[in-house]
Design a protein around this ligand. Structure first.
Ligand SMILES: [Cu+2]
Length: 108
Protein backbone atom coordinates (compact mmCIF):
# COMPACT_ATOMS: atom_id res chain seq x y z
CA UNK A 1 0.00 0.00 0.00
CA UNK A 2 2.70 2.48 0.98
CA UNK A 3 4.80 1.58 -2.08
CA UNK A 4 1.88 2.11 -4.42
CA UNK A 5 1.18 5.47 -2.82
CA UNK A 6 4.78 6.56 -3.28
CA UNK A 7 4.72 5.47 -6.90
CA UNK A 8 1.63 7.57 -7.60
CA UNK A 9 3.20 10.58 -5.92
CA UNK A 10 6.39 10.09 -7.97
CA UNK A 11 4.43 9.87 -11.22
CA UNK A 12 2.51 13.03 -10.31
CA UNK A 13 5.76 14.83 -9.48
CA UNK A 14 7.47 13.77 -12.72
CA UNK A 15 4.52 14.64 -14.95
CA UNK A 16 4.09 17.92 -13.08
CA UNK A 17 7.73 18.83 -13.63
CA UNK A 18 7.81 18.10 -17.35
CA UNK A 19 4.59 20.00 -17.85
CA UNK A 20 6.07 22.94 -15.95
CA UNK A 21 9.28 23.15 -17.98
CA UNK A 22 7.36 22.88 -21.24
CA UNK A 23 5.34 25.91 -20.25
CA UNK A 24 8.48 27.84 -19.42
CA UNK A 25 10.19 27.29 -22.78
CA UNK A 26 7.08 28.12 -24.78
CA UNK A 27 5.87 31.04 -22.69
CA UNK A 28 7.48 34.26 -21.57
CA UNK A 29 11.22 34.67 -21.69
CA UNK A 30 11.57 35.77 -25.29
CA UNK A 31 9.99 39.20 -25.04
CA UNK A 32 11.92 42.44 -24.59
CA UNK A 33 10.05 45.58 -23.62
CA UNK A 34 11.21 49.03 -24.71
CA UNK A 35 10.30 51.68 -22.14
CA UNK A 36 11.96 54.82 -20.76
CA UNK A 37 14.86 54.51 -23.24
CA UNK A 38 15.74 51.06 -21.92
CA UNK A 39 15.56 47.55 -23.35
CA UNK A 40 14.23 45.29 -20.60
CA UNK A 41 15.80 42.82 -20.06
CA UNK A 42 18.94 44.38 -21.54
CA UNK A 43 20.50 40.93 -21.81
CA UNK A 44 18.38 37.95 -22.85
CA UNK A 45 19.49 34.33 -23.17
CA UNK A 46 17.52 32.06 -25.49
CA UNK A 47 17.97 28.75 -27.27
CA UNK A 48 18.71 28.53 -31.00
CA UNK A 49 15.63 28.85 -33.20
CA UNK A 50 13.72 31.08 -30.79
CA UNK A 51 11.88 34.16 -32.01
CA UNK A 52 12.45 37.24 -29.87
CA UNK A 53 9.77 39.93 -29.86
CA UNK A 54 10.47 43.52 -28.89
CA UNK A 55 7.43 45.38 -27.65
CA UNK A 56 7.57 49.14 -27.88
CA UNK A 57 6.00 50.82 -24.86
CA UNK A 58 7.61 54.25 -24.81
CA UNK A 59 6.50 57.74 -25.77
CA UNK A 60 9.63 58.20 -27.90
CA UNK A 61 10.28 56.50 -31.23
CA UNK A 62 13.03 53.86 -31.29
CA UNK A 63 14.60 51.36 -33.65
CA UNK A 64 16.30 48.01 -33.09
CA UNK A 65 19.44 47.46 -35.13
CA UNK A 66 21.91 44.60 -34.99
CA UNK A 67 24.69 45.31 -37.47
CA UNK A 68 24.46 42.99 -40.45
CA UNK A 69 21.64 40.95 -38.94
CA UNK A 70 18.41 42.93 -38.70
CA UNK A 71 17.03 46.44 -38.62
CA UNK A 72 13.54 47.41 -37.54
CA UNK A 73 11.59 50.34 -38.90
CA UNK A 74 11.12 53.36 -36.64
CA UNK A 75 8.84 52.01 -33.95
CA UNK A 76 6.25 53.85 -31.94
CA UNK A 77 4.21 52.91 -28.90
CA UNK A 78 2.33 49.66 -29.46
CA UNK A 79 4.59 48.46 -32.30
CA UNK A 80 6.29 45.08 -32.20
CA UNK A 81 9.31 43.66 -33.96
CA UNK A 82 10.34 40.00 -34.07
CA UNK A 83 13.48 38.21 -35.16
CA UNK A 84 14.27 34.50 -35.05
CA UNK A 85 17.84 33.68 -33.99
CA UNK A 86 18.98 30.59 -35.91
CA UNK A 87 22.67 30.62 -34.99
CA UNK A 88 24.44 30.29 -31.67
CA UNK A 89 26.28 33.44 -30.63
CA UNK A 90 26.10 36.78 -28.84
CA UNK A 91 24.27 39.53 -30.67
CA UNK A 92 24.57 43.17 -29.67
CA UNK A 93 21.88 45.54 -30.84
CA UNK A 94 21.08 49.20 -30.31
CA UNK A 95 18.66 51.97 -31.16
CA UNK A 96 19.90 53.95 -34.17
CA UNK A 97 18.17 57.11 -32.90
CA UNK A 98 19.64 56.84 -29.38
CA UNK A 99 23.01 55.03 -29.62
CA UNK A 100 23.25 54.80 -25.83
CA UNK A 101 20.32 52.37 -25.86
CA UNK A 102 21.95 48.96 -26.08
CA UNK A 103 20.97 45.36 -25.56
CA UNK A 104 22.27 41.89 -26.12
CA UNK A 105 20.75 38.55 -27.07
CA UNK A 106 22.73 35.43 -26.21
CA UNK A 107 21.78 32.41 -28.31
CA UNK A 108 22.75 28.99 -26.99
CU1 LIG B 1 15.74 55.01 -29.24
Amino acid sequence: MIKRGLLIILILLISGCSYGSEKTTQGAGNTITIANFVFEPSELTITKGTAVTWKHNDNTAHTIVSQGLFESKVMNKGDEFSFTFDKVGEYDYHCSIHPSMKGKVIVQ
